[in-house]
Design a protein. Structure first.
Length: 761
């Protein structure tokens, strides 16, 4: 039998079955990709010591990759460097499926962004400063290079080179000189330029302060504190230096040693009470230095300047502490002294003694000061204060006769207490005292109720209120030995309208009775009002029948005023002040036409300060008619001004009318000034404050100027720009020739129909 081939037929899978196999393969690939991405995300890259190198110095071999897995193949494809960073481009795959690869980029930063050059080092060293952290505890002379540190120095990149120091003892400063270079060995050829830093504030030892005091190079400048400048020797008396009141300061100078800014120079005047000559030469002082908490010993100092000779008042009061005493004051009644009355009794003056105490020595001031030509020439009590241990204040004049210094006199104030108390008055003496009390009655009854505070109670020996009368006060009663009285109200006054009397209740008592005393006083008997005061007022006017009321001025009047003698004391307190002659009103103008004029007199009550006006009508004048006075005639005939206006004055007038909208226009301001000698001058300008221009070339009539100054002229043209202005102005009008005329218009009364004009050009 023959062999037969046996074929095995493999039938292809159906389509659904094949699709399932492909899908399973794709899912596995995606899983690989996801795993690769996840593992690659944990890869990091870095460079050792990157803070000491630039990014441009990095190569692939310097890159350190870190990933915590053995499943990856990681290769550096390329790197980019610059701008202080390195960009690493990686190719990453799984070892299990190496054909599956991804790219990853990592950026490494933190490199030094520097250049290797001298110029770059020069820019770096600008921010590097030398320091001495121990300076507050170390003296300059002890500082070495080892004490120096540097701020802003990156020691991983740069190093200090050529370090040197200089001790500047005059300024207590250390000068540090240095350069910088790179740390890298292969960059040593680069080096910066030299920089110097000054360090101050080193410890100042007590020894240094002592050396300053004792140095032969130390000198002192006397400073006037009020000016901050060197005191001029001939400005101050030598005795000024004894007074420590901040007048002077000493400034230490030393060109060879350091002088701290906060060094204090302490000094005092080494006053020798027995040997001082006060001649202004050789001011002897004790000087010491204070620095922080340390003060040196004192050292003698001599200022060899010529100061003013003499002893001044401050020295006597503040340094010598001059005092005044009185021998036997326990026997001298305090009120024996009369306030403001100089003591002239030789025995009394001899009991005053001056003394002072200096350097624990009691000095007889009278004999001591006499050596320098100083002596008491006047002693005056100025105040008595019984409540303060019977104290008396004296003004004492001490005169310098010129023995040393210039002749002069000074007034000193001294207080001496414990004088003998004032004996208490007996009842009879108290009654006698009360009998000498007078109340101020120089008032008119119609004003007394509002002026009761002016009704002052006085003590008067003469029985009249005069310059010697003294107001009753606690001090006055104490001086008279009166102790029994109402201390809250010594007296009080009321006005009794029914009796027309001023009633004053005096609360001073005797030992037997506390019943007050009541004084009743008439107020200007027969004259309850001011009008009753004037009994006669005569006015004399020379040739008054030839003068109209408008012509009358104060200089024309002869006045005689007589008071009513029936009144008690009006002449004691009524004062004539002034007279007004230029009253203006319609009623007054009517009086003028009748040959009459009203004069207004002003009086003052010296007690209350009240002003009184008293009108007196004078008669017999020439009846006033508009236009018939001498002044009217001059105005009508254009005789109020003469001369020719200067061109420069005309220019100033024309400037007033810049921008004027009409031919007739009034503008400016005219005022008058009185010159030395009484001459009147007119000035003009755009306003009161700017009216400083003169009418150069013109001479105004004296009556016109007098009336102008006396406000007797009335405005006749209203100001075109400032309606209501009361001052005179200049009016511009176009004339027949087509040019402008400038004038001052005025009237003498409100009824004057046509105003007068003073033509200026």
């Amino acid at each position: 039998m023959k062999n037969k081939k046996i074929w095995t037929l493999f039938l292809a899978m159906t389509v659904p079955a094949a699709t399932g196999v492909i899908a399973a393969s794709c899912d596995k690939t995606k899983n690989y990709e996801a795993e690769l991405q996840q593992l690659a995300s944990n890869i990091t890259a870095d460079v050792n010591n990157k803070e000491t190198i630039t990014s441009s110095e990095v190569n692939k071999e310097a890159i350190i990759l870190t990933y915590n897995t053995e499943k990856l193949n990681v290769n550096i494809d390329s790197i980019q460097t610059g701008s202080g960073k390195v960009t690493v481009n990686l190719v990453v795959s799984l070892k299990e499926k190496n054909e599956l690869k991804i790219s990853k980029t990592i950026e490494i930063t933190g490199f030094v962004d520097l250049e290797y050059s001298n110029d770059y080092l020069n820019s770096v060293i600008m921010n590097i400063e030398a320091l001495c952290n121990e300076k507050a505890n170390i003296e300059l002379k002890d500082v070495t290079e080892s004490n120096i540190t540097f701020s802003n120095l990156n020691e991983k990149l740069y190093q200090i080179k050529d370090l040197s120091i200089e001790h500047l003892s005059k300024t207590n400063q250390l000068k540090v000189n240095y350069k910088i270079g790179y740390v890298k060995n292969d960059k040593q050829e680069f080096i910066s330029r030299e920089k110097s830093t000054l360090i101050d504030g080193f410890l100042i030892s007590n020894e240094h302060i002592n050396n300053l005091l004792n140095s032969s190079a130390t000198s002192y400048t006397l400073i006037d504190v009020s000016t901050g400048m060197e005191a001029q020797p001939r400005t101050f008396e030598i005795s000024y230096f004894a007074i420590d009141d901040g007048t002077f300061d000493l400034r230490l100078n030393n060109e060879e040693m350091f002088v701290p800014n906060n060094l204090e120079v302490l000094f005092k005047y080494d006053f020798d009470i027995n040997n001082e000559t006060f001649d202004g030469n050789n001011v002897k002082m004790k000087v010491s230095l204070k620095y922080n908490e340390y003060t040196t010993q004192e050292k003698d100092l001599l200022l060899n300047h010529n100061y003013l000779a003499g002893i001044n008042k401050d020295f006597i009061e503040k340094y010598l502490h001059l005092t005044l005493d009185y021998t036997g004051k326990d026997e001298k009644i305090v009120t024996d002294f009369v306030v403001d009355q100089a003591i002239t009794d030789a025995d009394t003056i001899a009991k005053f003694a001056m003394k002072f105490r200096v350097n624990d020595q009691d000095i007889d001031a009278t004999s001591y000061l006499a050596k320098w030509g100083l002596s008491i020439t006047k002693i005056t009590p100025v105040q008595i204060n019984i409540e303060n241990n019977n104290e008396v204040t004296f003004d004492v004049v001490i005169t310098n006769d010129g023995t040393i210094g210039l002749p002069s006199e000074e007034t000193y104030e001294f207080k001496i207490n414990n004088f003998k108390a004032v004996p208490e008055l007996s009842d009879d003496q108290i009654n006698e005292f009360i009998s000498k009390l007078k109340v101020e009655t120089r008032l008119f009854s119609d004003e007394i109720s509002s002026n009761l505070d002016k009704a002052i109670l006085y003590y008067t020996e003469s029985g009249q209120i005069d310059d010697n009368a003294v107001e009753v006060t606690d001090e006055l009663l104490a001086q008279h030995g009166i102790k029994r009285y109402n201390k809250e109200s010594i007296y009080s006054s009321t006005w009794n309208v029914e009796t027309n009397k001023l009633e004053t209740t005096i609360n001073i008592w005797t030992s037997q009775s506390e019943t007050p005393t009541v004084l009743q006083n008439d107020i200007i008997t027969g004259g309850p009002q001011f009008e009753a005061y004037i009994s006669e007022l005569n006015i004399q006017i020379q040739n008054k029948e030839t003068k109209t009321a408008s012509d009358i001025t104060y200089q024309d009047l002869g006045i005689t005023i007589k008071a009513n003698t029936a009144l008690t004391t009006p002449h004691d307190f009524i004062i004539y002040l002034s007279i007004k002659t230029n009253i203006k009103s319609t009623e007054e103008t009517e009086l003028w036409k009748q040959g009459k004029k009203t004069l207004e007199f002003v009086f003052r009550n010296n007690i209350t300060g009240q002003l009184y006006k008293y009108n007196k009508v004078i008669e017999g004048l020439k009846p006033y008619e508009e236009g018939n006075t001498e002044f009217d005639l001059k105005a009508q005939n254009n005789q109020l001004v003469s001369g020719t206006l200067a061109p420069e004055a005309l220019v100033k007038i024309e400037e007033l009318f810049t921008g004027a909208t009409t031919d007739e226009y009034t503008n400016g301001y005219i005022k008058y000034v009185k010159e030395t000698g009484g001459n009147i001058k007119l000035l003009f300008g755009p306003s009161k404050s700017k009216a400083s221009n003169e009418f150069i070339g013109l001479t105004f009539d004296s009556d016109f100027l007098a009336n102008f100054a006396a406000s007797k002229l009335l405005l006749a043209k209203e100001h075109s720009r400032a309606s209501g202005q009361k001052a005179f102005a200049i009016t511009r009008e176009r004339n027949e020739q087509g040019t402008f005329t400038y004038s001052i218009y005025f009237k003498l009364s409100d009824t004057q129909a046509i105003p007068y004009s003073v033509k200026l050009n």
